[in-house]
Design a protein around this ligand. Sequence first.
Ligand SMILES: Nc1ncnc2c1ncn2[C@@H]1O[C@H](COP(=O)(O)OP(=O)(O)OP(=O)(O)O)[C@@H](O)[C@H]1O
Ligand SMILES: [Mg+2]
Length: 226
Amino acid sequence: MLNNPLVEVKHLQKTVSAHSGLIKILSDINFAIYTKETIAILGASGSGKSSLLSIMAGLDPEYEGSVHLFGQELKDLSEDQRSALRKNDVGFVFQSFLLIPELSAFQNICLPLEISGNINPQTLEFAKSLLTRIGLSERANHFSNTLSGGEQQRIALARAFISKPKILFLDEPTGSLDTENGKRVIELLFELNQDFDTTIVMVTHDTEVSQQCDRVLTLKAGSLVL
Ligand SMILES: Nc1ncnc2c1ncn2[C@@H]1O[C@H](COP(=O)(O)OP(=O)(O)OP(=O)(O)O)[C@@H](O)[C@H]1O
Ligand SMILES: [Mg+2]
């Protein structure tokens, strides 16, 4: 591809200290991700998928090797610089959804807009349309801690998408959904990818989902399987 990669990972290694000493949880990982690609990350539990996702999204600067996001080496940036980079252009859906329990479904979705000072009639309208797209318009005013796991996961997805990020990282976005709702979330993701050119990088255990993606990266014990 001719354009610059959004993410470029070179000789990435991550070592953590455990009771037994230092353990390497990611080793010599190399790949690049380009605009509008859809990438699935597969691998057994403990293979390093969430760790890799956190590093790429600028949430964990403790690594060796090089990881560029939008052309910037993440470990060279300050916490403030990394959060500025993330604020508008990066969305993240965590394995545990991390919704704010005291806020309603709608307020959770709008939280990034609130933080970046972008609440206006257009963005509120977009938030409403996302709520409808995830099938939860009737739950708009319910506190998020009263929602089911699957409902919370859909709210987390809408919240990650509210700022129309250039790249969206998702850690098992259908992990707690039944087949029908899982399908709905995946359809929504691919629609957003088409409508807004959002690059999608998702950890999944679902091979049907990974087959719909442009590319699959498979991790095995911290290494990329070629
Ligand atoms: N901060 C840490 N300290 C010690 N070990 C860690 C740390 N972070 C991750 N690990 C270990 O690194 C390995 C990879 O963890 P990671 O969460 O990336 O796996 P995963 O592929 O996402 O697994 P799962 O599918 O179960 O979510 C695991 O063995 C985990 O215990
Ligand atoms: Mg994980």
